[in-house]
Design a protein around this ligand. Structure first.
Ligand code: GUN
Length: 298
């Protein structure tokens, strides 16, 4: 009988946050403060919770939280102007626009306006492009957090077969690239909701990542005995918060597994702080100039 190891995102996030706090102190000694701007448009309750959590975590780590709350009927021009102001503000090292934006606003356009050197979410096309090229840059928080959990618990990735279920630009696609990078060297299958025989595809994996938004999709038929299961799903159901994997049914089958909550979720916030302090260190070395001008098409 396999005893399934619990991979606690809370534990790994605490280690990341401790490292971030120390780097914030080191910058303070060089007279450099660290600031994270959060932009929340509208009143989506889940987004409000996420942003509150990000702001609180920033303050706990000595990062100044600069929050902009805008009404749902804010125009795209007003959002654009705010982002351009934040790009120019030397007190702002990281900019996070909580997605999705309300109907009528263009999330992709808005993220594209962020100065890539302040892109704390790692979602700007310039940073995603660097990820494809294997060059250093700010990487998306949730996928980077997944890699950090695996590293923390010493789960071998090199030479292993990872199956990533889900192809969102926030999680699945960048995560597949991280698994695939030189030096990490996993073999990756990018699966999704339309993959035929999905269970059989997942069953071939040493590491299964579920990031599709289907409650309890990944059950015993998806998991090879002893495989690691990383559950990125956060589904609000009548039974409360449920992941994309069936946590109970996989006990004794998975070798190791993240829970929901307290799995990948806390890592997204921790890696946001990590990116923010990394951006602040880079700004400090550059003398605060943005790396390249941002061109706005009106
Ligand atoms: N909405 C859901 N996840 C995320 C995230 O990681 N970043 C942003 N900006 N919005 C999100």
């Amino acid at each position: 009988m396999i005893e399934t190891q619990l991979l606690s995102g809370t534990v790994v996030a605490a280690a990341v946050k401790e490292e971030v706090a120390a780097r914030v102190v080191a910058l303070a000694k060089r007279d450099k403060s660290v600031g994270l701007a959060t932009v929340l448009v509208g009143e989506d309750p889940a987004s409000e919770v996420y942003v509150r959590n990000k702001r609180r975590t920033a303050e706990n780590l000595g990062i100044k939280s600069i929050h902009h709350q805008l009404p749902a009927d804010t125009s795209q021009g007003e959002v654009d102007d705010l982002i351009l102001r934040l790009n120019e503000d030397p007190a702002v090292n990281g900019i996070l626009v909580q997605l999705p934006l309300p109907a009528g606003l263009d999330g992709e356009r808005t993220v594209n306006l962020i100065d890539p050197t302040k892109d704390a979410d790692g979602l700007h096309p310039s940073n995603l492009g660097k990820l494809i090229l294997g060059r250093p840059g700010l990487t998306p928080c949730t996928p980077t957090g997944v890699m950090r959990i695996l590293e923390h618990y010493g789960i071998e990735v090199t030479g292993r077969h990872a199956v990533v279920i889900g192809r969102s630009f926030l999680v699945g696609r960048p995560l597949a690239l991280l698994f695939n990078q030189k030096g990490v060297d996993a073999t990756v299958t990018m699966a999704h909701s339309r993959t035929p025989n999905l269970a059989a595809v997942a069953r071939a994996a040493d590491i299964v990542v579920a990031a599709v938004g289907v409650p309890k999709l990944v059950g015993p038929d998806f998991v090879k005995p002893g495989a690691t299961v990383i559950d990125v799903g956060i589904n609000r159901t009548d039974d409360g918060l449920v992941g994309d994997a069936d946590f109970e049914a996989l006990q004794g089958i998975a070798g190791a597994m993240t829970p929901v909550p307290k799995g990948v979720g806390p890592m997204t916030v921790a890696m946001l702080m990590h990116n923010t302090v990394t951006a602040a260190e880079a700004a400090c070395s550059r003398g605060n100039r943005p790396s390249s001008p941002v061109v706005v098409e009106r």
